[in-house]
Design a protein around this ligand. Structure first.
Ligand code: FES
Ligand code: FES
Length: 156
C-alpha cells in the first residue's frame, strides 16, 4: 500500500513524503529526503547508528515505521544545532576530537543530546546507561563520556 504522509515534521519543517507506512524512518530520511547524516548499521535496533530524536526522545529510526510518525517531531543530526544542548554537544565533540572513523558519531551525538536535554548534569553511570545502545567499533567511548561531561559543564 502506498501512503502519502503529509504530517511529518522534520527539523522544524513540515514535509510531505510518499512512502509505504511500514517503511522505516531511516530510509525515508536517507532515500526520500537526502538526509544521509543518519546512518544504517544493523537494521535491528542493536547498534544506534540510526538514532534520531522523536518528540525529544532518542530512538532507533531503522525500526520506526514512518506510518507511526504523524504529528510527531523528528530531529536528525542535520537539525541537532537547533537546541542549546545540541550545540553544546557538537562543540564538545569538536573540542575533544571525539570521532575516529565517524560512522557511529551522528547516532552518538543524538543520544548524547537527548540525554542532556533530560538530565543537564548526568553522572558517569547515567551516561553509560543512556549511551549503552550506541556501539562504536573504533572504541571512542572514553572521549564520548568526557565530551558529554564537557557539554554539561558548558550548559551550567
Ligand atoms: S541501524 Fe538502527 S540500531 Fe543499528
Ligand atoms: S568512530 Fe568509528 S565506529 Fe565510532
Amino acid at each position: 500500500m502506498i501512503t502519502t504522509m503529509n504530517t511529518l515534521h522534520i527539523n522544524g519543517e513540515p514535509i510531505a513524503v510518499t512512502a509505504d507506512a511500514s517503511t522505516p524512518v531511516l530510509w525515508v530520511l536517507r532515500d526520500n529526503l537526502g538526509l544521509t547524516g543518519t546512518k544504517f548499521g544493523c537494521g535491528i535496533a542493536a547498534c544506534g547508528a540510526c538514532t534520531v530524536m522523536v518528540d525529544g526522545q532518542a530512538v532507533r529510526s531503522c525500526v520506526l515505521p514512518v506510518g507511526s510518525m504523524a504529528g510527531k517531531r523528528i530531529r536528525t543530526i542535520e537539525g541537532v544545532s537547533a537546541s542549546r544542548a545540541g550545540r553544546a554537544v557538537q562543540a564538545a565533540w569538536i573540542a575533544l576530537d571525539v570521532a575516529q572513523c565517524g560512522y557511529c558519531q551522528s547516532g552518538q551525538i543524538m543520544s548524547a543530546t537527548g540525554l542532556l536535554e533530560q538530565n543537564a548534569r548526568p553522572s558517569d553511570a547515567q551516561i553509560v546507561e543512556a549511551m549503552t545502545g550506541n556501539i562504536c567499533r573504533c572504541g571512542t567511548y572514553q572521549r564520548i563520556r568526557a565530551a558529554i561531561h564537557r557539554a554539561a559543564e558548558s550548559l551550567a
